[in-house]
Design a protein around this ligand. Structure first.
Ligand code: SF4
Length: 245
């Protein structure tokens, strides 16, 4: 395959297949893992985004090869599919059309432009695309400190509500958890509109990680999920703290 690939490691816990449409991401999240994966600096990766060369043509070729494969293709791990450049390029919209045409399963993971996501909700509904929203903070001032170029908490909630109302399968990526109180507030705030939760801890920021009692957070989060009857998945690196309370 050319642009559809099988993620490895922690990403594999999210999806068996993935496709990155853009190179670079202007959201500029402080915890971003993409620059190290792509062997570049955060400064360069977050400065600009551009369509990957021939990405849609290659996706079409991969989709033909994948016909009949029930695995879900995730857009995107190393860039956001709804960052501002999508307004002019519409790669995500076209990519969803391609996978739908070939009857492949798809999911989106974004913290991007709410208006663009809303415009594609009808397409996602027809294609039975699962919509994943990253939501780690309830307080937008904390969100803007960690994810300066991404959409606001209110915008993400609006999208979740709209998609859920339309019958789209919604999931929240509660990752990376940085502030446990914020994460628990997100669960309380968003659970009526979320079909599935995926929860993972902060990684690669040792000093920040040390400030969190991960065992306690895990206990509190599972207690809330149970209370709300929510379906969820705890990623392995957070799950490993279960015995350390
Ligand atoms: S949305 Fe993802 S790829 Fe973009 S800056 Fe944030 S963590 Fe990095």
């Amino acid at each position: 395959m050319n642009v559809v690939y099988e993620p490895k490691g922690r990403a594999r816990e999210y999806s068996e297949l993935a496709c990155n449409l853009y190179r670079g991401c202007t959201h500029g999240c402080r915890y971003c893992y993409a620059p190290s994966c792509m062997r570049t600096t955060g400064e360069k990766w977050h400065a600009t985004a551009a369509p990957r060369r021939d990405v849609l043509q290659n996706l079409e070729k991969d989709a033909i090869k994948l016909r009949g494969d029930s695995r879900c293709i995730l857009f995107c791990f190393l860039s956001d599919p709804y960052q501002p450049i999508e307004r002019t390029e519409r790669l995500t919209r076209q990519a969803l059309g391609i996978v739908a045409k070939h009857r492949l399963n798809s999911q989106v993971l974004t913290k991007g432009c709410a208006d663009l996501i809303q415009e594609d909700i009808g397409l996602m509904k027809d294609a039975r695309t699962q919509l994943g929203i990253t939501l780690c903070f309830a307080d937008d001032s904390i969100r803007s400190d960690w994810e300066p170029g991404a959409s606001t908490v209110d915008d993400r909630m609006t999208v979740l509500k709209a998609a859920h109302k339309e019958g789209i399968f919604t999931w929240v990526s509660l990752e990376p958890v940085i502030d446990p109180d914020q994460a628990l507030t997100v669960i309380r705030m968003a659970h009526p509109y979320v079909n599935f939760w995926k929860v993972g801890k902060l990684n690669h920021m040792k000093e920040q990680e040390k400030t969190v009692n991960w065992g306690k957070f895990l206990y509190d989060a599972e207690e809330l999920f149970t209370k709300f009857g929510a379906k969820y998945y705890i990623k392995n690196d957070l799950r490993s703290f279960a015995m350390k309370q």
